[in-house]
Design a binder for this molecule. Structure first.
Ligand code: NAD
Length: 264
C-alpha cells in the first residue's frame, strides 16, 4: 500500500525530544524521509535515527544545527535538499522556555528564546520556500502554543515569540496563497508532558513548596479545562492532517489543541 507521504521529505526542528520527536516519527510512519534536528547524547540520537529508519522503512539523517545560528540553519536546509533532492514538509518545532518577572528577565534568555522559538522559523522558511515553489508543493507547520493566542505572567519572551510565530504564519500563508500547493499553518498546543514542562513542574514545586502532583493540578493544568495534558499523538495527528497533499485550503491559520484553554 502507498503511504500518504511516500516520496516526500520532511524536516522537523528540535526533534531529538518531546513533541518534535513524536511528530518526526509520525511523518516517517506516513512514508516521509526525514531530517531530525536537535541536541542530546550523540549515541542516543544515533539509536533513535536508526530505530526510525528500521521501523518506518525511510531514510533519516540528523542535523545538529543550532537554531540560534542563521548560517547553520541555512546549511541544514541545503543539506536536506542535497541529501534527498527536495524538501516538502518543514515543521518548526524547536523551542525553549524561561520563567521570570519581566523586570528581572535575563536579557540573554530573552535573546535566546526569541532566536530559537521565533527567528529560527523565519530562517528555515526563507531557505526552504524557493525549493517548495519550484517543485509546486510545500507544507509548513509551525508549533506555536496556546501562548501564541493568550498570555500568562512571567513568560514574556515565550509569549512574545509564540505570538510572533502566529503572525509569521499568517504572512507566509498569504504570500504563498496563490502558489500551486503550499500551505503554512500554526498549531497551538496547551500543556503537553515533555521535558520542557517537567522542568517547569520541578521549578514551581521548589518555588511554592508544593508537591509535583499539586503543581500539576493547581498551577499547570489550572488553565486547561480538560484538566489533562494534551498527548503528543494528538498533535502528530493534526500535523499529518495539515501535511496531506489534498489539504490545500487550510492555510494561514493558528489551530488550538489545548483542551479548551483558549475557549475561555
Ligand atoms: P523539549 O524540551 O522536549 O524539546 C525541545 C527540542 O528542541 C529538543 O529536541 C532540543 O534538543 C531542541 N532544541 C533546543 N534548543 C535548540 C537549539 N538551539 N537548536 C536546535 N534544537 C534545539 O520541548 P517540547 O515540549 O517537546 O517543545 C517542543 C515545541 O512545542 C516548542 O516549540 C514548545 O514551545 C512547543 N510547545 C510545548 C508545549 C508543552 O506543554 N510541552 C506546549 C505548547 C507548545
Amino acid at each position: 500500500m502507498v503511504a500518504v507521504l511516500d516520496g516526500r521529505v520532511a524536516l522537523v526542528t528540535g526533534s531529538t525530544s518531546g513533541i518534535g520527536l513524536g511528530l518526526a516519527r509520525r511523518l516517517a510512519k506516513a512514508g516521509a524521509d526525514l531530517v531530525i534536528n536537535g541536541f542530546g547524547d550523540a549515541a542516543e540520537i544515533e539509536r533513535t535515527r536508526r530505530a526510525i529508519e528500521e521501523e518506518c522503512g525511510v531514510r533519516v539523517i540528523h542535523s545538529d544545527a543550532d537554531m540560534r545560528d542563521p548560517a547553520a540553519i541555512a546549511a541544514m536546509i541545503a543539506r536536506a535538499q542535497e541529501a534527498f533532492g527536495r524538501l516538502d514538509i518543514l515543521v518548526n518545532n524547536a523551542g525553549v522556555q524561561h520563567v521570570a518577572p519581566v523586570e528581572e528577565f535575563p536579557t540573554d534568555k530573552w535573546d535566546q528564546i526569541l532566536a530559537i522559538n521565533l527567528s529560527s522559523a523565519f530562517h528555515t522558511i526563507r531557505a526552504a520556500l524557493p525549493g517548495m515553489r519550484r517543485q509546486g508543493f510545500g507544507r509548513i507547520v509551525n508549533i506555536a502554543s496556546a501562548h501564541g493566542l493568550v498570555a500568562s505572567p512571567f513568560k514574556a519572551a515565550y509569549v512574545a515569540a509564540k505570538h510572533g510565530i502566529v503572525g509569521l504564519t499568517k504572512v507566509v500563508g498569504l504570500e504563498t496563497a496563490e502558489d500551486e500547493n503550499i500551505t503554512c499553518n500554526a498549531i497551538c498546543p496547551g500543556y503537553v508532558r515533555t521535558p520542557l514542562v517537567e522542568g517547569q513542574i520541578a521549578d514551581q514545586a521548589k518555588a511554592h513548596g508544593m508537591s509535583e502532583e499539586q503543581v500539576i493540578r493547581e498551577v499547570i493544568l489550572a488553565a486547561q479545562p480538560t484538566k489533562r495534558f494534551v498527548e503528543i499523538d494528538e498533535i502528530a495527528d493534526l500535523t499529518l492532517l495539515l501535511c496531506r497533499p489534498e489539504n490545500r485550503s487550510i492555510t494561514g491559520t493558528a489551530l488550538p489543541i489545548d483542551g479548551g484553554w483558549t475557549a475561555r
